[in-house]
Design a protein around this ligand. Structure first.
Ligand code: 5GP
Length: 190
C-alpha cells in the first residue's frame, strides 16, 4: 500500500497587528479539512472574546514551563513578555496524515521551525507603513498601552527578519493580500 504523502508546513509571521490571523483564517476556511490551523499554547491572558482551545490553549506560566520540560512543543518563544508555543503532537499527526498545517508564529519560532523542518514554506506579512501598523493595533483596542508600546518596538525588530522568509506579502489591501497568499498555497497544495 502506498504511504500518504506528508502535508506541507506553512509558517506565517509578521508584526503584531499586521493581519496574519485574518489571512490564515481565510486560507483555512477555503481549504479545510486539507489545510488545518495549529492552535498555539500561550501564557498570556485571554483577550475579551477568546476561548480556551479556539484561539489559543491558555496556560499559566508554570504550566507552560512544565510543558517545555516535557518537550511538548515543536518550537516555543517568549514574545511580548509571554510564552507561546506550537504543540508538537498536533503538528506531527496532521503532517503525517497528509494535511497541510499553518503556523501563525513569531520570527524566533519561525527560525526554530525552519531548523527542524527545512522544507517549511516561510511567508512574511508586512504592513504598508509603520504608522499604519500602529493605527491598526490601536484600532483593535485589545491591548494595554504598555503592551502596544512593546508590540511596536518588537515590530521594528521583526521587520529586520523579512529577508529570511521565502515569500513576503505587504498587507495594504486585504482582498489583494488574500489573493497573494492563496497563490502561494495553490503552488504547493495544487
Ligand atoms: P497575540 O498575543 O497578538 O495573539 O500574538 C503575539 C505574537 O505571538 C504574534 O506574533 C503571534 O504570531 C505569535 N505567536 C502565536 N503563537 C505562537 C507560537 O506558537 N509560537 C511562537 N513562536 N509565536 C507565536
Amino acid at each position: 500500500m502506498s504511504k500518504t504523502a506528508r502535508g506541507f508546513l506553512f509558517v506565517v509571521s509578521g508584526p503584531s497587528g499586521v493581519g496574519k490571523t485574518v489571512l490564515c483564517n481565510e486560507i483555512v476556511k477555503r481549504y479545510a479539512p486539507h489545510v488545518v490551523y495549529s492552535i498555539s499554547a500561550t501564557s498570556r491572558a485571554p483577550r475579551g472574546g477568546e476561548t480556551n482551545g479556539q484561539e489559543y490553549y491558555f496556560y499559566s506560566a508554570a504550566e507552560f514551563k512544565k510543558a517545555i520540560e516535557r518537550d511538548e512543543f515543536a518550537e516555543w518563544a517568549f514574545v511580548h513578555g509571554n510564552y507561546y508555543g506550537t504543540p508538537r503532537r498536533f503538528l506531527e499527526e496532521n503532517l503525517e496524515a497528509g494535511r497541510h498545517v499553518i503556523l501563525n508564529i513569531d520570527v524566533q519560532g519561525a527560525l526554530k521551525i525552519r531548523e527542524n523542518y527545512p522544507d517549511a514554506v516561510m511567508v512574511f506579512i508586512a504592513p504598508p507603513t509603520f504608522a499604519e501598523l500602529e493605527s491598526r493595533i490601536r484600532k483593535r483596542n485589545m491591548d494595554s498601552e504598555d503592551s502596544i508600546k512593546h508590540r511596536l518596538e518588537n515590530a521594528c525588530q521583526e521587520m529586520g527578519y523579512k529577508d529570511q522568509y521565502r515569500y513576503s506579502i505587504v498587507n495594504d489591501n486585504l482582498p489583494e493580500a488574500i489573493t497573494e497568499l492563496n497563490e502561494i498555497f495553490v503552488d504547493y497544495i495544487g
